[in-house]
Design a protein around this ligand. Structure first.
Ligand code: PRX
Length: 643
């Protein structure tokens, strides 16, 4: 894992950076650790607009945290209105390109207008602070418009990634009891239409809370519109007022709920609130992305995931950036689409995932080499560990050995980046997230909470709450406590294993729970197992992550069948499609392996460790058609697992 190379910041980069050199980084870190109230209080006054100042900086009733208690602010106001009195009024806020090649450049002033109009549309449907909106859209500018309009009114939003199926969408709408769904007819992906409205129609059959559906016309294809429930965005928007003052909301008002996979079959609704979240995403735009006003900044994530919330919409707009959005696939119509976009828009900061980087490596250097990438000055990586070979390729072929790479470790629950180099300060080690951000007190410990010391593997924990920490799980505070705060007494348990080296650098080793990371997307083994056992042919299922050259991990399933005469080949295919239907195509298993029995401990727990070994080393060969007898391995390993 470790790489011998260390890359200190160039003096050119460091001399213009927001944080210059290790001494500055250490001073920031020390102040935040030793005098957190002063550190965060001063930062909140400097970085955010407040209708009313808070009475105290934080309150900590373990495990529940509150930040900027008693303060009143508004995220939409911070992302829009406050820039209108500055030179940013006519600056491009959102630079967008659709997959077919259509383009839009929306200034801060124009974005403010669009958001106010749409907020008035939502008001017109009776929505108010505390209500919930589910947003299921493609990557078009109206998606951030919808988020910011909700934030303006205090309507808590929940974006469901457009790749999720109707089933997954339904579960989220039901859990939230959303009053409105904001969607589109479809969106473009690899030249094909993703039919969003069809999925909404299917989901809503069992969602009585939803009174209105607002539909953006994007692809223009034929869709069903249900009288009284469904409305075209452009119809409601006609004549909507452009005046909509931002609500003065409490610092702890819930801004959004984002569902993510946990260790059970039921996704967790991560709740993020207003002021602390916004402060930390704004601050990390400067500390980590070293954002300058003249930069064109591009994060390639989808807004359906937390990366898009924090680092396409809220962080960049609050910091006054030009944030770029692209609708479609990286390889459409050719594998050089990203490099074409960087060249065309002169992108300066580029933030993507290791899976994307590994697939670019496979496509060959000729694609990036055919483009002028000289505008780039900083690169970023997120979502999964980046292997040193991919890091070196990114550094040389994309960054031309000029651009630092920030490998940013964080989670849906953390809201903002927790571990990452500050690029003008911290020497880089390929494969390591490097050092924690100010206010983030990490450690690597054993199950008793005892630090394991340098270079030993252990559980990555965070010892003190930070402003953008998830406050709770939607309507499930007990699960929040159990999941994150009780496994190791008194600290936030990340669920990741890590090692810290003698320089204090963190090396993330992957998940320690039953969560997989496929293409940087979190998937729970239990969620896929529950989907499989809902199929009439399946008796039992066990799912594990299998190492994969491009996507980091792939989904491998072991399945036992009910009595019957099954054609394994056909059923394997059917089950793969079934999982895509139940969850979404990104969760489609790579392998379905049929077996007579699943290896279990004497107390009946599935031995996933053993199954992981099997898929990793392929000691039991097989593909979708193989009928395996795992009883032998079970007998051999049961004793060991039980201990
Ligand atoms: O295992 C870690 C991995 O992704 C998990 C969080 O997933 P999610 O909540 O979907 O958020 C992804 C985007 C922030 C973590 O527990 N992970 C994320 N970033 C990194 C990473 N693993 C290694 N290096 C990273 N930079």
């Amino acid at each position: 894992m470790a790489s011998a190379n260390v890359y200190p910041p160039s003096s050119e980069f460091a001399s213009r950076a927001y944080v210059q050199g290790m001494d500055e980084y250490r001073a920031l870190y020390r102040t935040a650790a030793e005098r957190p109230e002063e550190f965060w209080g001063e930062l909140a006054e400097k970085e955010l607009f407040w209708f009313e100042k808070w009475s105290h900086v934080f309150e900590w009733h373990p495990p529940f945290a509150k930040w900027f208690v008693g303060g009143k602010t508004n995220v939409s106001y911070n992302c829009l209105d406050r820039h209108l009195a500055t030179h940013r009024k006519n600056k491009v806020a959102i630079l967008w390109e659709g997959e077919p090649g259509d383009q839009r450049q929306i200034s801060y002033q124009e974005l403010h207008r669009l958001v106010c109009r749409f907020a008035n549309v939502l008001k017109g449907r009776g929505l108010k602070a505390g209500d919930r909106a589910v947003i299921y859209m493609g990557m078009v500018p109206e998606l951030p418009v919808a988020l910011l309009a909700c934030a303006r009114l205090g309507v808590t939003h929940s974006v469901v990634f457009g790749g999720f199926s109707a089933e997954a969408l339904k579960a989220r709408i039901q859990d939230l009891e959303a009053q409105v769904v904001i969607t589109g007819d479809g969106s473009w992906r690899r030249g094909k239409e993703v039919r969003l409205k069809d999925a909404v129609d299917e989901a809503l059959i069992e969602c009585p809370s939803v009174k209105d559906v607002i539909v953006l016309q994007r692809t223009g294809s034929a869709i069903a519109m249900k009288e009284g429930r469904d409305h075209w965005w452009h119809d409601l928007d006609q004549g909507a007022s452009e005046v909509c003052p931002a609500e003065e909301l409490d610092s702890e008002h819930p801004l959004y709920v984002l569902y993510t996979s946990g260790t059970t079959g039921k996704p967790k609704g991560i709740v993020h609130t207003t002021a602390g979240y916004l402060l930390q995403v704004t601050a990390t735009m400067k500390w980590v992305f070293d954002l300058r006003d003249e930069d064109t900044y591009w994060c390639t994530a989808d807004i359906g995931w937390v990366t898009g919330h924090s680092y396409i919409v809220y962080g960049p707009l609050s910091a006054g950036a030009t944030t770029m959005m692209y609708e479609g696939a990286p390889d459409f119509p050719q594998p050089d689409r990203f490099w074409r976009l960087i060249e065309k828009y002169r992108v300066n900061i580029f933030y993507t995932s290791p899976t994307a980087i590994r697939s670019f490596i496979r496509q060959g250097d000729q694609w990036p080499n055919a483009h002028d990438l000289s505008s780039l000055r900083l690169l970023g990586s997120v979502g999964e560990p980046i292997n040193p070979a991919a890091w070196e390729w990114y550094y040389k072929v994309i960054g031309k050995e000029r651009c630092p790479i920030v490998d940013t470790w964080w989670q849906t629950e953390t809201g903002a980046i927790m571990i990452s180099a500050m690029p003008g300060a911290v020497p880089l080690k390929p494969g390591s997230g490097s050092l924690p951000q100010p206010g983030i007190l990490c450690d690597v410990v054993d199950l008793m909470g005892k630090p394991v010391g340098d270079n030993a593997e252990g559980f990555l924990v965070i010892k003190r709450p930070w402003p953008s920490i998830a406050r709770t799980l939607w309507r499930d505070p007990d699960r929040y406590r159990q999941q994150y705060w009780e496994r190791i007494e008194g600290v936030y348990m990340t669920g990741d294993a890590a090692r810290r080296d003698e320089d204090g650098y963190y090396w993330i080793l992957g998940r320690v729970d039953d969560v997989m990371n496929v293409s940087g997307h979190r998937l729970s083994t239990m969620e896929i197992e529950s989907a499989l056992v809902r199929h009439p042919a399946v008796a039992e299922a066990a799912v594990v992550g299998k190492p994969h050259e491009i996507t980091g991990q792939a989904v491998a399933c072991f399945v036992t069948l009910k009595k019957g005469n099954w054609n394994h080949h056909e059923l394997g295919e059917e089950l793969r499609k079934w999982v895509a239907h139940e969850i979404g195509s990104f969760a489609k298993p790579e392998q379905i392996r049929f077996t007579d029995s699943l290896p279990k401990t004497r107390s009946g727990k599935i031995m996933r460790r053993l199954l992981r070994e099997i898929v990793t080393s392929n000691t039991v060969a097989g593909d979708v058609t193989t009928l395996e007898d795992l009883s032998v391995v079970t007998r051999l390993s049961a004793q060991h697992d039980e201990d």
